[in-house]
Design a protein around this ligand. Structure first.
Ligand SMILES: Cc1cc2nc3c(=O)[nH]c(=O)nc-3n(C[C@H](O)[C@H](O)[C@H](O)COP(=O)(O)OP(=O)(O)OC[C@H]3O[C@@H](n4cnc5c(N)ncnc54)[C@H](O)[C@@H]3O)c2cc1C
Length: 345
C-alpha cells in the first residue's frame, strides 16, 4: 500500500484535509479507529460565521439569535439580527463529511487504528479491528488528525500541557434558550452550558484541567444542573480532553491539524471550526505550496488571544470574576459583539 498522503483520524479536521487533498488529485488513505465517522463527545455548537461557509444548512438542528449569559450578578440577553450560534449533530456532520471525502476519491477506512509509525522508512502499521489483522502502509506525507491524545503528535515528541476537560450529558427533552453560565465558584474560568438540539439538550461544562480535575468538574456540573431544573443523575456522562496546546502544524513531511495540533480554543473549547478550517487549508497547502495561508494565520492569532485569556483568568478569582462581569456587561450593552469572541473572527 502506498499513498501520497495518509491521514490518521476521521474527525472534522481529518475529513476536511482528506477532501482538500483528493480534490487536488492526491492519493489519500484516511484511517479512523471508530467503526463510524462522526460520533464524538460534543455540545455541537458552531458559531454562525464559522458555520456559514463550512456546514450546509440541512445539518443545522437549531439556530439562535439570542444568547443568555448568566453570571453571579447579571442575566444578560444578547440579541443579534443574524443567528449567533447553531447546533449540529456530530454523527450527521461526520456522515456528511465522510460522504464528501469518499466522493472526492479518498480511501476511507473505518475500524482501522494506527498502531506504529516508522517514519524513517515512511511507513506505518495499522490494525483493522474487524478482522484483527495488521497492515503496513507507505506514505510520502503523514497527517495527524487524531484529536486530543494524538499518537502522531506524540511521535513528533511534542508535549501537551494545556488541556481542557469537557463533560457532556445529552438530556432527552427540548428547550429554546441557549445558555452560558460563568461563575468562578462553580466552574473556575470555565463555564456550564445548556445547548438545545432538535430533540435533546446538551448540558455540560468545560474547564481548564489545571483549574479543576474531571471529578471536581463533574460534581460541580451535577450540583449546578440540578439548580437549573435538570436531574442528570440517571444519565451517562461522556467526557473528553480538549487540546489547546498549539506548537505548530508543519513538521516537514508530517503535519498536524485540528486538535492534534492543539488548535481548539482554550477559553471555550470551541474546536469544530478550527478543525475544519485547519484541515482544509493544510490539505490545500500540502497539495499546492502557493496556497494562501491568511485564514490559517488569523485562526492561530485568535487561538493565541484565547490562550492568553485562559492563562490570565486562571490566576485570580477576583480578577476573573471582574472580567466575566465586564465582558457580559459589554455584550449586553452591545459595546462588544459576540463575534469578537469567536474563533472564526
Ligand atoms: C464535552 C465536549 C464538548 C464540546 N463542544 C464543542 C462545541 O459545542 N463546539 C465546538 O466547536 N467544539 C466542541 N468541542 C470540541 C470539538 O469536539 C473538537 O475540538 C473537534 O471534534 C476536533 O476535531 P478533530 O477532527 O481535530 O478531532 P476529533 O473530532 O477528536 O477526531 C479525531 C479522530 O481521530 C480518531 N483517532 C484517534 N486516534 C486514532 C488512531 N490511533 N488511529 C485511527 N484513528 C484515531 C478518533 O477516533 C477521532 O475520530 C467539545 C469537546 C468536548 C470534549
Amino acid at each position: 500500500m502506498h499513498y501520497n498522503v495518509i491521514i490518521i483520524g476521521g474527525g472534522p479536521s481529518g475529513l476536511a484535509c482528506a477532501t482538500a487533498l483528493a480534490e487536488h488529485q492526491k492519493e489519500v488513505l484516511l484511517l479512523e479507529r471508530k467503526s463510524r465517522f462522526g460520533p464524538k463527545v460534543c455540545a455541537g455548537g458552531i458559531t454562525w460565521s464559522g458555520l456559514l461557509t463550512k456546514v450546509p444548512p440541512h445539518l443545522i438542528e437549531k439556530q439562535f439569535h439570542v444568547q443568555h449569559v448568566i453570571t453571579p450578578f447579571q442575566q444578560a440577553r444578547i440579541i443579534e439580527k443574524d443567528p449567533i450560534i447553531a447546533t449540529v449533530n456530530r454523527t450527521n456532520l461526520g456522515r456528511h463529511m465522510a460522504e464528501k471525502a469518499k466522493k472526492s476519491g479518498v480511501d476511507l477506512r473505518a475500524s482501522c487504528q494506527l498502531t506504529q509509525i516508522h517514519h524513517e522508512n515512511k511507513q506505518l502499521v495499522f490494525e483493522d479491528k474487524e478482522n484483527g489483522k495488521e497492515y503496513i502502509a507507505h506514505y510520502d506525507i503523514l497527517v495527524g488528525a487524531d484529536g486530543a491524545t494524538s499518537k502522531v503528535r506524540k511521535h513528533l515528541g511534542l508535549t501537551t500541557e494545556s488541556l481542557g476537560v469537557g463533560i457532556n450529558y445529552q438530556y432527552p427533552a427540548t428547550a429554546e434558550k441557549m445558555e452560558w453560565h460563568l461563575d468562578w465558584t462553580t466552574f473556575r474560568n470555565g463555564y456550564g452550558w445548556i445547548f438545545p438540539h432538535h430533540d435533546s439538550i446538551s448540558i455540560g461544562a468545560y474547564a481548564d484541567r489545571r483549574q479543576m480535575t474531571p471529578a471536581a468538574l463533574k460534581a460541580a456540573l451535577l450540583a449546578w444542573s440540578e439548580k437549573q431544573g435538570y436531574d442528570l443523575s440517571r444519565l451517562q456522562p461522556r467526557a473528553e480532553l480538549v487540546n489547546h496546546d498549539y506548537q505548530g502544524w508543519n513538521f516537514g513531511d508530517i503535519f498536524l491539524v485540528g486538535e492534534a495540533a492543539g488548535l481548539a480554543s482554550g477559553l471555550t473549547g470551541e474546536g469544530i471550526y478550527p478543525a475544519i478550517v485547519s484541515g482544509e487549508i493544510i490539505g490545500n497547502h500540502i497539495a499546492d505550496k502557493g496556497t494562501d495561508l491568511q485564514q490559517m494565520e488569523r485562526l492561530i492569532a485568535m487561538h493565541q488571544v484565547h490562550s492568553r485569556m485562559v492563562r490570565r483568568t486562571g490566576k485570580n478569582r477576583i480578577l476573573t470574576s471582574l472580567l466575566f462581569e465586564t465582558i457580559t456587561l459589554l455584550l449586553r450593552t452591545k459595546a462588544l459583539s459576540f463575534k469578537k469572541l469567536e474563533m472564526a473572527h
